[in-house]
Design a protein around this ligand. Structure first.
Ligand SMILES: Nc1nc2c(ncn2[C@@H]2O[C@H](COP(=O)(O)OP(=O)(O)OP(=O)(O)O)[C@@H](O)[C@H]2O)c(=O)[nH]1
Ligand SMILES: [Mg+2]
Length: 231
């Protein structure tokens, strides 16, 4: 495939993904504990990362909704696993095509220890044991790069053989030269993680950078590349 063909295919994938997200996206439920998870019946894509990294904002940007997932200046805002249905087939009672899962952040020092422990257990149990989890997005603030808690999370996912994409967020907040440096450092490091997808995503939910490409990647992960070209 030459470059022009590749670009045409990429544009087609992004258009298909964008069309899907312009259709129904509905909040399903909030699970404060594992027993409240929905039945594992469709593919799920989870958003994880340190508190305040921009998980809820990225979910909003990908779905093109301003505030379907609550985003906030207050770290520790998302306290449960929040499930969103994407795509609603015509038939009555039909299942959605897949689900997005917004999660509480880790590494948040100000919340009471017991609360943090509870979130951690919830997030880890979900990530380790969910058969329908097709991909996790591990979000990393581009201003800070990978932190120890991110490395621990990535190692846990490696050990659980749960594959993930690393996504740098808030790229509008730093200079292009700084972004290049942090992207190179991060890309080098994620190559050492067996369950990490080798390609790093650079995004800004605020300015839209990288959103169309990540949207296509997410739909491809959830529904398979075949869906992207035939669907
Ligand atoms: N400039 C800029 N700000 C962003 C971006 N993404 C998120 N923010 C801001 O960062 C703050 C945290 O965003 P959230 O989306 O709530 O972060 P979160 O990871 O869901 O936070 P918790 O639920 O507390 O773990 C908010 O004030 C957002 O407006 C971005 O791409 N650019
Ligand atoms: Mg949140």
């Amino acid at each position: 495939m030459d470059e022009a063909e590749y670009e045409a295919e990429q544009t087609a994938r992004e258009d298909a993904a964008s069309k899907l997200f312009s259709g129904p996206v509905d909040f399903l439920l909030s699970a404060p504990q594992l027993q409240f998870l929905p039945d594992p019946v469709v593919p799920e894509i989870a958003f994880c990362g340190r508190s305040n990294v921009g998980k809820s904002s990225l979910l909003n940007a990908l779905t093109g909704r301003r505030a379907i997932a609550r985003a906030s200046v207050t770290p520790g805002r998302t306290q449960e696993l929040n499930f969103f249905d994407v795509g609603r087939p015509q038939e009555e009672g039909a299942l959605p095509l897949f689900r997005l899962v917004d999660m509480p952040g880790y590494g948040f020092a100000k919340a009471p220890v017991k609360v943090v422990e509870k979130w951690k257990t919830l997030v880890k149990s979900y990530l380790r044991g969910r058969a329908v989890l097709t991909r996790t997005l591990v979000l990393v603030d581009s201003r800070h790069g990978l932190k120890q808690v991110d490395r621990e999370m990535m190692t846990m996912l490696d050990e659980a053989a749960a594959s993930y994409r690393v996504v740098l967020t808030k790229t509008d907040k730093i200079k292009a030269s700084e972004l290049e440096a942090v992207a190179n450092r991060t890309a080098d490091e994620i190559r050492k993680h067996v369950a990490a997808y080798p390609e790093l995503h650079l995004t800004s939910s605020e300015k839209g950078m990288g959103i169309a490409a990540l949207r296509a990647a997410v739909v491809g992960d959830a529904l398979g590349e075949g869906w992207m070209t035939e669907g």
